[in-house]
Design a protein. Sequence first.
Length: 168
Amino acid sequence: MSTGSIFWDAMFDMWSAPLGRSVARPTNVQTSSQAEEIIPLAEETLIVGKQTVTSGTTTVRRVVVETPVEQQVSLYDERVIVERRKPVTDAATGETLAELTIEMIESSEVPVVGKSIKVREEVVVRRERTSRVETVRDTVRRDEIEIEQSGQNERSGRKRPALASSRK
């Protein structure tokens, strides 16, 4: 018996003659002169093995996508304005004829941009193994013999099937 695969044949030690050979039936039956003849009877046995094959590939790739965004923000600007004008009255109020320095600070708001990162989702990639049972169907062969006896009794010429096997 041969599976057609060198690996399986070597694994199960199944090197034998090719399966498709023809068996010639003898046209003339020779009478044995031996006291005993040994006829080997063979039987095939189904050997089912397993092989791991790749059935597909899943690739998960993370990429960075940039999206432009806009957001309105209200800002202010301050400026110091110096203007000269005529007094409303001539009366002196407060200190006069003395040195005086006044400082006013101008200020402006400018946008400050910050970014934060939050995990929004997780992707889990894993392999899950399930079991299944498959039924393998094939045919096996075995040798059987038919014994035909011819003699003087009533059963002459009748065939009797006899099952014989070479089981260990």
